[in-house]
Design a protein around this ligand. Structure first.
Ligand code: ZN
Length: 361
């Protein structure tokens, strides 16, 4: 989806816009070429030996039938990522991919218990990712934070281990100077494992001052959304079904809880019928705070510029999109002083971009 030579002027402008990605899964950001090399180095078998042949297996096609099918693609990816060097590498490459489209700050999330094994504890999983992100910061000037995911289908014991690791690494003051663990998320199949089953973890996080987000209202109704709001999350992953409950919609607006929107992801998981049916513009007009994110850039085969372009197709002007990218900074899990710094730098860069004559497709 990249390839500057095929880009329209509008896409080039959106690529140049300073951006943040608040909802980005590390494993879902894996490059197909890297998957091949990781498999070869670990003597693991993949269904194909070349990037072109492997791509259909590692990317979710527009014909994907459900979130379940979407999540199944990950079963091929997990075995490739069960050691430090693989994790460090893909975290580093994610920074490189972010830098190519001026994503200045990325909050990358993963469930460490998906990679951990008996001799590879969740703490080492997190350390490996932080090493990759630190190298990414040094080489590409992309700042980042890590969000630790609890996983809906994991046992209470596994999630407790992930939460322990989260507590150990959480440093609210890490900020922009070095990547650190900044928050908690709940991911996985929300249809089978409702949010309320995990209420204790959200309560503990709140008591410890750990900011939380939660995948909710992505594929099924508003129960999980309602639960997440009642658990006082700072942000909502997706929230696509929010319009089904007017009272909840009003509450989200009143409390200014931002939605981490992944437009193409929602189309692929059949969370919405089509791109045209996506409610992101209606959310915006209703006054819901929204952010645009990749979700799984690798397995969807997109980048964030593509998502901004998709929003433009749904009626957002360049000025509105620049406003969204700037407002996203306010929702980052960062100390306020760092948000202020980033905001000032975004404002200056956006002002410079706006001075150039705007060309439209
Ligand atoms: Zn997600």
């Amino acid at each position: 989806m990249s390839g500057a030579e095929r880009e329209t002027p509008m896409e080039s402008e959106l690529r140049a816009l300073p951006k943040t990605d608040l909802h980005c899964h590390l494993d879902g950001s894996l490059r197909v070429e890297t998957a091949l090399e990781l498999a070869a180095g670990r003597k693991l078998k993949l269904p194909a030996d070349t990037a072109d042949e492997l791509r259909p297996f590692l990317t979710v096609a527009p014909t994907c039938a459900s979130l379940k099918e979407f999540l199944d693609v990950f079963q091929l990816i997990y075995p490739l990522l069960r050691d430090s060097s693989a994790l460090e590498r893909i975290a580093y490459e994610l920074c490189e991919d972010c830098s190519a489209e001026n994503i200045r700050h990325v909050e990358v999330r993963f469930a460490p218990l998906l990679q951990a094994r008996s001799k590879f504890p969740p703490e080492e999983v997190i350390e490996a990712v932080l090493r990759g992100l630190s190298r990414g910061l040094a080489d590409f000037e992309v700042t980042s934070g890590v969000i630790i995911c609890l996983f809906r289908s994991h046992s209470a014991r596994e999630n407790a281990a992930a939460f322990r690791a989260l507590k150990r690494f959480f440093k609210p003051g890490n900020g922009l100077s070095s990547p650190g663990v900044v928050g908690m998320d709940l991911a996985g199949d929300e249809a089978r494992h409702p949010t309320m089953e995990f209420a204790d973890f959200f309560d503990q996080a709140r008591r410890l001052g750990i900011p939380a987000t939660c995948h909710a209202g992505e594929v099924v109704g508003t129960e999980n959304l309602k639960a997440a709001i009642s658990l006082d999350v700072r942000r909502i992953g997706h929230g696509t079904h929010l319009f089904e409950d007017e009272q909840l919609l009003d509450e989200v607006i009143r409390r200014r809880v931002p939605l981490e929107v992944g437009i193409t992801s929602n189309v692929r998981t059949k969370s919405v019928r089509s791109l045209r049916a996506h409610p992101v513009r209606r959310f915006f007009e209703a006054g819901v705070p929204i952010t645009l994110n990749t979700d799984d850039r690798g397995i969807i085969g997109i980048d964030l510029t593509h998502e901004y372009r998709a929003a433009a197709e749904l009626g957002f002007s360049f000025e509105e999109l620049a406003g969204l990218s700037l407002a996203s900074v306010d929702h980052l899990f960062l100390p306020e002083a760092d948000r202020r710094r980033l905001r000032a730098s975004f404002q200056a860069e956006i002002a410079r971009l706006k001075k150039k004559p705007l060309r439209r497709p």
